[in-house]
Ligand binder design. Sequence first.
Ligand SMILES: CCCCCCCCCCCC/C=C/CC(=O)SCCNC(=O)CCNC(=O)[C@H](O)C(C)(C)COP(=O)(O)OP(=O)(O)OC[C@H]1O[C@@H](n2cnc3c(N)ncnc32)[C@H](O)[C@@H]1OP(=O)(O)O
Length: 302
Amino acid sequence: MALAVGMRVLTRSLLRPWVRGPGATPGRTGPVAGGGDCVRCFGSPRVLVEPDPAAGFAVMKMRNPPVNSLSLEFLTEMLISLEKLESDKAFHAIIITSDCPGIFSAGLDLKEMCGRDPTHYAEYWKAVQELWLRFYLSHLVVISAINGVSPAGGCLLALSSDYRVLADNPKYAIGLNETLLGIVAPFWFKDTLVNTVGHRVAERALQLGLLFPPAEALRVGMVDQVVPEDQVQSAARSVLAQWLAIPGHARQLTKTLMRKPTADRLLKERDADIQNFVRFISRDAIQKALRTYLEKLKQKKS
Ligand SMILES: CCCCCCCCCCCC/C=C/CC(=O)SCCNC(=O)CCNC(=O)[C@H](O)C(C)(C)COP(=O)(O)OP(=O)(O)OC[C@H]1O[C@@H](n2cnc3c(N)ncnc32)[C@H](O)[C@@H]1OP(=O)(O)O
């Protein structure tokens, strides 16, 4: 309910034409980070959408610095941008990438799961579920251009796409590392990973909280392509052409056929999953583990 209200407010206030670049003003064309002109960018403070309707796709850039952690507001903004693109017949695909150098996404925002009350945890988890369901089942082709590190929820986001291109940088590790934080990846995180890399690789990766560097990620099938860092965006665009050449209805029905059973498991148990999460995350031991982890991240700097 709160999410629905929040989304209505955000939809009204945030999704206006958005133009990037020094001195750019809304409604005008301006330069964009990757070069070239942004014809009609739109979006919200944390999500920049660069549409190319003539080519049938849009680039969705995450920009929630410093690490694109998936806060409630950020999740909501991503959801709104995705829904907007899905409801516009001009778009058949999106490329999701990051605007934060070296970071695709640091995953779920630990501050949303630490020191808050059960109502907040429930609202947050519902938003996490919603974004996953929307990305995982989107009728659009979703390509991840992974230009940075992507642990846990960042990895889940990438795994929910149809194809993953990862920049070849040893720092850009990807994986579901929840156990390293003393928490447990929920069954639908696990199912998404199993569907991608198979049961044995997933079992080992999940128990050990493995974060795979690019060559390893490619070897186990966690990503589909590893390319030099400066070619991630162009490689994502090239591969998109192949996906868009397939008759849309046939591809979409096939995607549904492959993914619906996994999504249905969560859809059938959504409320129970929220209750499980709230119970689990509210435990003193889990709260302590998360605080310690956040503290370690801070200490790493000093
Ligand atoms: C009985 C069984 C029941 C089962 C029930 C199951 C129920 C469910 C269980 C719960 C499941 C919950 C699932 C969670 C999934 C997640 O996504 S958890 C998040 C995991 N993420 C991480 O581990 C990444 C942590 N971050 C990093 O490793 C690094 O920050 C980085 C490699 C991404 C970037 O490094 P660097 O560039 O050096 O930046 P930093 O200085 O480390 O960070 C800058 C700044 O950002 C803060 N930060 C980093 N990550 C997060 C985050 N995920 N959330 C919030 N904040 C984050 C960091 O603390 C710094 O803040 P300050 O500047 O110090 O304030």
